[in-house]
Write a protein that binds this ligand. Structure first.
Ligand code: CAA
Length: 380
């Protein structure tokens, strides 16, 4: 497979790299400590067109392909996975879902604001008792004719308090199982919609993660995405693309940890020479480089499958599974290469190690990816 990049793709990659170095890197340790991501940086990412990369320009997006999105995600994630998850959720789960399945009116009302980055969105599937087992939705959306009444709690929602627009998955008819689930567009400020406390997390601490509580929230019928009962399929189809974004995030974390380690190993001396000259370190770098390159091929392949209109749920799941494992392994080795300095925040690798862990969990754990992969390869 030839992954030679077009001039436009190279420009996007460079723009993301420059933004990460010049805007995201300064203050990153403080943001991680304080669990805070400043809105000015979201505005700057919006200015660069990063918030609706795959959405048509007529709806406020950048009209780019998935490979360009993946390249930007990789570069942002090398430095700041808290920023990149915000970008990933807004692009893959919120904008893409609305673009692919929303009505014209929904696109005009919501997508244009989301894709331009005027506001950001959140994707609300997980619940206290429905994480991996996503069909076990307890949140209900009871059909009342021209509206639904929404009740329940969602957990671990990325962009939980900073979002303005929420795509909420809820059960309308329990007798129909997953075919009785709907996806509804909920706006911040609707009566009965409350944002729960912020989670205090191991990693991606700059991204705001909250539970959300819905108490008799009245949602007009025109806010349902797709036909009645399409909500679970909507979530699955949307997540198939989301997994490519998270795979790119994991790839970026791994590549960021590797680049810092290579630089450090060529500067730091021990036993009379740079530690890169010791085979114990050189071989670690060789393993990191090889695995990152293999992950990169899987991630780019999944993006190209999506761009070519091919099925990408298998290639996306493989990319996420492998890239997230490489991210974790590489980041742990990066801390080891940095020794005592690796344990100190200013050297950045301990944060990358903490950030890497979530890529094996959100948008489907590694075990869920193995379910998706094994079901796909065994079905014929
Ligand atoms: N595309 C389209 N349809 C799909 C699909 C896909 N990728 N995957 C499943 N479906 C369909 C099936 O065909 C089936 O439909 P029919 O009955 O009409 O054939 C229906 O959905 C139910 O599928 P399954 O029988 O396979 O359902 P299951 O209960 O066995 O579970 C699962 C499937 C893949 C394990 C699913 O539950 C899953 O993906 N779980 C993980 C959930 C997840 O990723 N959560 C992440 C939360 S979001 C997040 O993290 C965002 C964030 O903020 C960062």
């Amino acid at each position: 497979m030839d992954f030679s990049l077009s001039e436009e793709q190279l420009m996007i990659q460079q723009a993301a790299k420059d933004f990460a170095q010049n805007e995201l890197l300064p203050g990153i340790v403080e943001r991680d400590d304080a669990q805070k991501f400043p809105w000015e940086l979201v505005e700057k990412m919006a200015g660069l067109g990063f918030m609706g990369m795959m959405v048509d320009e007529k709806y406020g997006g950048s009209g780019l392909d998935t490979l360009s999105y993946v390249l930007a995600m990789e570069e942002l994630s090398k430095v700041d996975a808290s920023a990149s998850v915000m970008v990933s959720v807004n692009n893959s789960l919120v904008c893409w879902g609305l673009d692919a399945f929303g009505t014209e009116a929904q696109k005009e009302k919501y997508l244009t604001r989301l894709a331009s980055g005027e506001v950001i969105g959140a994707f609300c599937l997980s619940e206290p008792e429905a994480g991996s087992d996503a069909t076990s939705q307890k949140t209900t959306a009871i059909d009342k004719g021209d509206h639904y009444i929404l009740n329940g709690t969602k957990n671990w929602i990325t962009n939980g308090s900073s979002a303005e627009i929420y795509l909420v998955i809820a059960q309308t008819d329990t007798e129909k199982g997953h075919r009785g689930i709907n996806a509804l567009i909920v706006e911040k400020g609707m009566d009965g919609f409350e944002i729960g406390p912020k989670e205090n997390k191991l990693g991606i601490r700059g991204s705001d993660t909250h539970s959300l509580i819905f108490n008799d929230v009245k949602i007009p019928k025109e806010n349902r995405i797709g036909e009645d009962g399409f909500g679970f399929k909507f979530a699955m189809k949307t997540l198939s693309g989301g997994r490519i974004g998270i795979a790119a995030q994991a790839l970026g974390i791994a590549a960021g940890a590797y680049e810092l380690s290579k630089k450090y190993a060529k500067e730091r001396k021990a036993f009379g020479t740079e530690i890169a000259n010791h085979q114990a370190i050189a071989f670690k770098l060789a393993d990191m480089h090889t695995k990152i390159q293999a992950a990169r091929y899987l991630v780019y392949q999944a993006a190209c499958d999506k761009d070519a209109g091919k099925d990408y749920s298998l290639s996306g799941a493989m990319a996420k599974l492998y890239a997230s494992e490489v991210a974790m392994e590489t980041a742990v080795e990066a801390v080891q290469i940095h020794g005592g300095n690796g344990f100190v925040k200013e050297y950045h690798v301990e944060r990358l190690m903490r950030d890497a862990k979530i890529t094996q969990i959100y948008e489907g754990t590694s075990e869920i990816q193995k379910m998706v992969i094994s079901r796909s390869i065994l079905k014929d």
